[in-house]
Design a protein around this ligand. Structure first.
Ligand code: FAD
Length: 445
């Protein structure tokens, strides 16, 4: 019996039958939730499940937006494997800019420890108190500062993971360079729990910038705002972050902006570095953003601006009570088209639409506003989302720039990638998970 056997590995009090396991994207359903205390117990749980044909859904902080951590009924027996008790920071050597931390440490804890030692852990997905290192690596999460600093995987130099049928392995480590083998560390990063269970990671940091200075520019429309974004790139200046908010997003969230109300199409740029560099970059950004802007603020607090930015998604949800949001990404020179087309797709389906996101990465949170509980509206939004995916692909982009395929975009990979590339995906999945028990139904077609 699964519960008794798993209880003998992790302790009966750490096995919970009938727990409802979902994430922010998908409510999920009941499952036996198993919470090992260390990597050896994770390996033993995976070994038991593999020997008994029980599927494993890895669960981090459940802040994912694609249903990756959600348990759904596939007809087969499944457990949810929580990493929340793996919370040790095994080593932190600030003078060497590195850390080894377990999968259950929150993203906020890592960022805070780095900051307290004058360092920066740049990945900043928007739910840091909830998300865990393992889940952040498994989704290869980005965030506003990915424009200058890259995504989570760029800060991981090694992983400890449990591979099927229950082997604890280490790929990479504290070494900053390693080209000896295939890059298994990169393969596991972003694999959404379908190839192995991350139990710990070696991270690298950089010295924290002395100063962050924010500029907020408002434009009459998306064309003027996107021109400004392209001008920033062409000018050669490197902002730490370059975000946009279209007119619909600003209608929902602009009034809450700390430096007074905003309207129109808004671009937020951040300059960072030493005091001197940050001021120089801000001045250069000012020059690039000014043409066509009808207002250009330099808010007194960058923190207040980012807090406002974190609340934009909630403000858009609150506009009608619900929304459906997709995180498509396109080449930056097609951003304006993607923003305009999102609104047109919404109109075709009788839905109010808006978008905001990481302009520098061409990454939109393209959203349709919904009335809660209106099933017909929801069905129209689902159809509209299919058009969004087609739009992203037509513009040379991707169906997901940062949240992953998970369950919600299941099958979309085959639309994006040619058959041979999808076959390579399936071959990798079969090689690493021959029984198909690691997070079945997620990511791979
Ligand atoms: C308000 C909000 C803002 C967000 N902003 C951003 C953003 O700006 N950029 C961005 O990229 N994302 C963003 N996200 C989504 C993002 O995926 C997560 O926030 C996050 O980092 C996931 O971590 P988690 O621990 O919550 O993972 P979970 O949701 O628990 O899991 C995510 C996936 O990883 C797998 N997984 C979890 N832990 C492990 C493990 N140890 N080993 C193997 N697989 C594992 C799960 O099975 C699942 O497939 C946001 C989410 C919210 C709610």
């Amino acid at each position: 019996m699964a519960i008794d056997a798993l209880g003998s590995i992790v302790g009966a009090q750490h096995v919970q039958a009938g727990a409802i396991v979902g994430d922010v994207g998908v409510a999920g359903g009941p499952a036996t939730l198993v919470a090992p205390s260390d990597a050896q117990e994770v390996a033993a749980v995976v070994a038991w499940c593999y020997a008994h044909d029980v599927a494993i859904v890895p669960v981090g902080g459940r802040s994912g937006l694609a249903g990756g951590a959600a348990v759904v009924d596939t007809g087969a027996e499944a457990i949810a494997l929580s990493l929340e008790r793996l919370r040790a920071v095994r080593s932190f050597e600030p003078e060497l800019w590195r850390m080894e931390a377990e999968a259950g440490v929150t993203t906020a804890t890592i960022a805070r420890l780095a900051r307290e030692s004058g360092l920066l852990f740049p990945p900043d997905p928007g739910a840091p108190e909830q998300s865990q290192l393992g889940g952040t690596i498994a989704t290869n999460a980005g965030g506003p500062h990915a424009f200058k600093y890259g995504v989570t995987g760029d800060w991981v130099t090694g992983l400890e993971a449990v591979l099927a049928p229950g082997e604890l392995v280490r790929v990479g480590g504290a070494t900053r360079k390693d080209v000896a083998g295939y890059d298994l560390c990169a393969l596991l990063t972003g694999s959404e729990g379908t190839l192995g269970i991350v139990t710990a990671a070696w991270l690298r940091f950089v010295p924290a910038p002395e100063q962050q200075l924010v500029l907020v520019a408002a434009y009459p429309d998306a064309a003027a705002g996107c021109d400004a974004v392209l001008r920033v790139l062409a000018s050669g200046v490197v902002p730490a972050a370059l975000e946009f908010f279209d007119e619909g997003a600003i209608r929902a969230a602009g009034a809450a902006f700390p430096d007074g109300g905003l309207d129109g199409f808004v671009v937020v740029a951040e300059a960072d570095g030493s005091h001197e560099d940050a001021r120089r970059v801000r001045d250069e950004l000012h020059e690039a953003l000014a043409p066509g802007a009808r207002a250009l603020h330099a808010p007194p607090s960058d923190r207040a601006t980012w807090r406002w930015r974190d609340g934009v998604s909630l403000a858009v949800t609150a506009a009608r009570g619900a929304k459906l949001s997709e995180d498509i990404a396109v080449p930056i020179d097609r951003l304006e088209e993607a923003i305009a087309e999102t609104v047109r797709i919404g109109a075709r389906h009788d839905l109010e639409a808006c978008s905001w996101g990481h302009a520098g990465d061409g990454n939109l949170h393209a959203s349709f506003l919904l009335d809660p509980g209106d099933e017909a509206m929801r069905a129209r939004a689902d159809e509209a989302a299919q058009e969004l995916f087609a739009l992203a692909l037509r513009l040379g982009g991707t169906v997901t720039g940062e949240h992953g395929i998970g369950l919600l975009k299941s099958g979309q990979l085959s639309r994006q990638w040619p058959p041979a590339a999808v076959a390579a995906h399936n071959a990798i999945k079969s090689a690493l998970d021959p029984k198909g028990l690691l997070n079945p139904g997620k990511k791979v077609p």
